[in-house]
Design a protein around this ligand. Structure first.
Ligand SMILES: Nc1nc2c(ncn2[C@@H]2O[C@H](COP(=O)(O)O[C@H]3[C@@H](O)[C@H](n4cnc5c(=O)[nH]c(N)nc54)O[C@@H]3COP(=O)(O)O)[C@@H](O)[C@H]2O)c(=O)[nH]1
Length: 773
């Protein structure tokens, strides 16, 4: 506008210049044309004619000038009108809204498009200012830009802003504003070009909204991790969920390879292949449960789905959507736990116990084993709950559970059936009374005082019911009901006691346990003594050794047979103490007789299968021999055939250890077990003892005679010496002699006798040779 002003200023003097030139030209013409004519005209007529010509010439010239000027004027007017028309049409027909706006914001001129955009007529718009039509949220920015432009900081500006239409609607427009500055402020105005971008803006807003929604959704789901990778596995996207699930922040993860971040070593090859296969095929892999790796190296189980995203002109991207299954897994584990375990004591529940019992019954049926089900119920637990509250009751139950757990062996199953009722399954029960022994131990334990926080001392006596397979019942339900019925009896009998399902077993077990108590005391106080049964050489009749046989005379019960107390000692574990006592007595006594100068004989000690299976026997024997000084070669250990058949490898190992100490080994009661020839060959044995059952009637029973003969021959074939047990008659002895049996023992020569009696027997035959070893 200012340039236009300057141009117009220049043009302002053009008419004056023209007039002055014309004045000058006219003056010169008038001054010099007449002189020229006078010099050319020879006469006045010619002069007059020339002057006429001059007049015509002047008229023609000025007419031509006027024509040129008028034509120019016409041309100018035409082009001005055309320009105006073009400009008007440009403004009016423009596809964008155009407005001239005064510096104060008043619309000076508006085109039709703007009227259409804003919903006003031209006249109405010219009455309004842009401030009135701008959305309040955008006005400050627009106004600021106007002021910056007016102050010369900028010459034009663009802005996306909202207009308020006449009908109240809001439209989005892109505004481009240029200042047309004039020297006179009243001539200064803005040219605004306003483009309706509502559709674009709406689409853009929708896109932004969708992007925002997408991001917000992803970010606000802490257990859903979304990661984006390129075809090489480089991380492109890492949402908040991924940060929480895997522990890497997005800054740490983006740019690093997936394999380095979350894939455990052993899965790396497979994942690398899967990523490149998805990228090349464009098809996502099926969803699956995976165990991936956190930043701290700990495993995390996720349900992983995949998507291949292919954007225009971009390489495929692989997106992994991982749902953290940690909580789910924990809940699953907890549910699995609750289905099988009691939440208070963490012991198995009734369901678990019943399953375990079912399995144990299958094994017991197949292998002909016995098992016991014990149900233990606390006496007067209700009173504890009522008096001290349920919290104390719960604490007590937890402590009881712990005590019971300590009493149980690894092979037992302890469960809480509910309330104050616990169940114990004893598998591989050897004797029915073993269950009673265990019940007694439990009752003793229960009587111990329990300390409950803060400083409550309570004891929790209990009653126990026992049912046995196969004696009582053969299925889960019946065994549990049987134990329950027995428990009921125990409660009715005054509590703090146990009962079997059958009264007969209860009585029997109690009797045995009383006896066991007495035996324990007898072992402790040395009431058991060894008797010696002489062993003789068949050919010479000389005493070559003795078998030590235990004798127990109880002050109240009188003589108790080893047939009764040895099994009791075995089932109660007393056999170990007892066994050591006998071994010690053999060594001490044998050494004493040697020192006395009596003939050197071997002393045979019976060793129970239990002693063998413990694996300490070798060491114990070595220690005793060293302590007593009794020569190992005079000590003989007798093991029954059935004991040898229990755990073959262990037995052979123990026998070899014993053999290494120099002691002799005998197989007792031979013929009653089922040991194979091959097995016998593997055993480091010295003597084979023919069971007395074959001897006792061999003179009358040809079968036993043949068997005895066969055993003796077998023993000799295997290079063992053979001793016949239970020889009661001269006929039996004669027959054994015929069969080349090496040694014998039995009532025919002597019953087992006290040490002193045996010493006298031995002394009598002093001077007679002993068995060569
Ligand atoms: N592990 C240990 N077992 C021992 C020990 N002491 C004994 N026992 C075992 O107890 C079972 C019974 O023994 P016992 O009642 O002493 O009977 C033995 C003999 O008295 C008896 N015998 C001996 N000769 C005759 C006879 O001519 N006739 C007849 N009817 N009985 C006789 O035989 C028993 C000896 O048997 P064995 O041991 O097989 O040689 C018995 O199994 C003992 O082993 C011990 O300290 N530890």
């Amino acid at each position: 506008m200012k340039q236009l002003d300057a141009k117009l200023k220049k043009l302002r003097y053009y008419p004056l210049f023209g007039a002055l030139i014309y004045l000058l030209f006219g003056a010169l013409w008038i001054t010099f044309s007449d002189q020229l004519l006078l010099s050319l005209a020879v006469d006045p007529q010619t002069l007059s004619r020339y002057q006429s010509y001059k007049g015509y010439f002047y008229i023609v010239l000025t007419a031509a000038l006027a024509w040129v000027l008028l034509r120019q004027r016409l041309h100018f007017s035409r082009s001005l009108t055309k320009s105006e028309y073009i400009l008007d049409q440009t403004i009016e027909k423009a596809a964008a809204g155009i407005a001239h706006v005064s510096p104060s914001g008043q619309f000076l001129r508006v085109n039709q498009e703007l009227c259409r955009l804003l919903g006003y007529s031209m006249a109405e718009l010219r009455e309004l200012s842009f401030q009135q039509l701008t959305h309040p949220m955008d006005l400050a920015r627009d106004q600021a830009l106007v002021e910056e432009t007016l102050s010369g900081l900028r010459q034009h500006y663009s802005l996306e802003k909202r207009y308020l239409r006449k009908d109240g609607q809001v439209i989005w427009a892109r505004l481009s504003v240029s200042l047309i500055a004039a020297t006179d402020i009243s001539d200064t105005f803005f040219v605004s070009v306003i483009q309706d971008i509502s559709d674009v803006k709406l689409a853009q807003l929708k896109l932004e909204e969708s992007e925002l929604r997408f991001r917000t959704l992803l970010d606000s789901m802490p257990t859903i991790s979304v990661q984006g990778y390129d075809e090489d596995g480089t991380t492109l996207f890492w949402n908040k969920g991924s940060e929480l699930v895997y522990g890497y922040s997005s800054q740490e993860a983006i740019g690093r390879n997936l394999l380095d971040l979350i894939i455990p070593e052993k899965m790396q090859e497979g994942v690398r292949e899967a990523v490149s296969q998805m990228a090349s095929s464009g098809e996502a892999r099926h969803a699956e449960e995976l165990v991936l790796k956190r930043k701290d190296g700990s495993p995390v189980t996720v349900y992983s789905s995949h998507a291949v995203v292919i954007l225009p002109d971009k390489k495929p991207q692989i997106y992994c959507i991982d749902i953290d299954l940690t909580t789910y897994k924990q809940q699953e584990a907890q549910l699995a736990f609750l289905a099988q375990y009691d939440p208070l004591t963490h012991l198995p529940n009734r369901h678990f116990f019943a399953n375990q019992l079912e399995q144990a019954l299958k094994v017991a049926r197949r292998e002909q084993l016995q098992l016991a089900v014990l149900i233990l119920d606390l006496d007067n637990f209700k009173n504890i709950n009522d008096s001290y509250g349920h919290n104390v009751g719960d604490q007590l139950l937890k402590q009881v559970a712990e005590k019971l757990r300590i009493c149980c062996r690894d092979t037992d199953t302890l469960a809480r059936l509910g309330g104050d009722e616990f169940a114990i399954l004893i598998e591989h029960l050897e004797q029915p009374e073993d269950a009673a022994r265990f019940a007694q131990e439990l009752l003793r334990t229960m009587q111990q005082t329990l300390m409950l926080p803060p400083d409550l001392e309570l004891s929790a006596a209990a009653s126990i019911g026992i049912s046995l397979f196969p004696q009582h019942h053969d299925n889960v339900e019946a065994l549990l009901q049987g134990a329950d019925a027995a428990l009921y009896k125990a409660k009715a009998e005054g509590r703090n006691t146990y009962y079997y399902y059958s009264d007969q077993l209860t009585a029997q077990a109690r009797q045995r346990l009383v006896l066991e108590g007495r035996l324990r005391n007898a072992v402790k106080t040395g009431q058991l003594h060894c008797y010696y049964q002489p062993q003789l050489e068949v050919a010479t009749g000389r005493i070559i050794g003795a078998e030590l046989l235990l004798r127990w005379r109880d002050p109240e019960l009188g003589f108790v047979s080893p047939e009764i107390f040895i099994p009791l000692a075995e089932s109660s574990g007393l056999i170990h103490a007892l066994g050591i006592q006998v071994l010690q007595q053999a060594c001490v006594q044998g050494k004493a007789w040697l020192d006395e100068g009596l003939p050197a004989i071997s002393l045979a000690v019976n060793v129970s299968a239990h002693q063998f299976s413990r694996g300490e026997l070798g060491q114990q024997v070595r220690t005793l021999l060293a302590e007593t000084g009794f020569p190992a070669k005079f000590l003989e250990l007798e093991v029954t055939e059935s004991a040898l058949m229990q755990d073959e490898d262990k037995v052979i190992e123990t026998m070899q250890q014993l053999r290494a100490t120099g002691v002799r080994l005998a197989i007792d009661d031979f013929g009653t077990g089922y040991s194979s020839l091959a097995y016998l060959q593997r055993l480091p044995l010295d003597i084979l003892k023919v069971d007395r059952r074959f001897i006792c009637n061999m003179t009358t029973n040809p079968d036993n005679q043949q068997i005895t003969k066969a055993i003796i021959e077998l023993g000799h074939t295997l290079r063992f010496e053979v001793l016949a047990e239970g020889v009661e008659t001269a006929e039996q002895l004669a027959m054994l002699q015929q069969m080349s049996c090496n040694y014998y023992q039995g009532y025919y020569f002597s019953k087992p006798v006290p040490a002193e009696t045996f010493r006298q027997l031995l002394a009598q035959q002093q001077g007679v040779g002993v068995r060569a070893h």
